[in-house]
Design a protein. Structure first.
Length: 135
């Protein structure tokens, strides 16, 4: 019995398919989901998400959000998510440099904006790690 996986961000539906397994990063460590998994609601951490279907693996970079497992349906609601093939290494490096520069210049910055920049830096790092490791 396969799983149905849907990964959604505020901008778009990033992934939707029937799969064999999924492994995603949580704040307590990685969680692997197989068909028949018990119900689960957990917080997603920055990291790599692996989807296995018919013996092949798709990798995604994810950042923040929640995952819900209910029956054989898995929903990931993430702040950011991107498949490995869509990661533009040069664009990510440029965004990382801009965010690091803004963070260095931060004096009296709103705490929410400061956290947002830190989150972008962490997510950029995840994307670069994934893209460079999978070459």
């Amino acid at each position: 019995m396969p799983l149905t996986l849907e990964i959604v961000t505020p901008e778009a539906r990033v992934y939707a398919d029937t799969i064999d397994t999924v492994v995603f990063p949580t704040v307590q460590g990685e969680v692997g989901i197989l068909p028949g998994h018990i119900p689960l609601l957990t917080q997603i951490a920055n990291g790599e998400l692996r989807v296995t279907k018919d013996g092949s693996t798709v990798w995604l970079a994810v950042s923040g959000g929640f995952a819900q497992v209910e029956g054989d349906r898995v929903r990931v609601l993430a702040e950011h998510a991107i498949t490995e093939e869509k990661i533009d290494e040069h664009a990510v490096e440029e965004a990382l440099k801009r965010a690091e520069h803004e963070l260095k210049q931060a004096t009296g910055m709103d705490p929410q904006e400061y956290e947002h920049l830190q989150s972008l830096i962490r997510y950029s790092g995840v994307q670069l790690d994934l893209k460079r490791r999978r070459r």
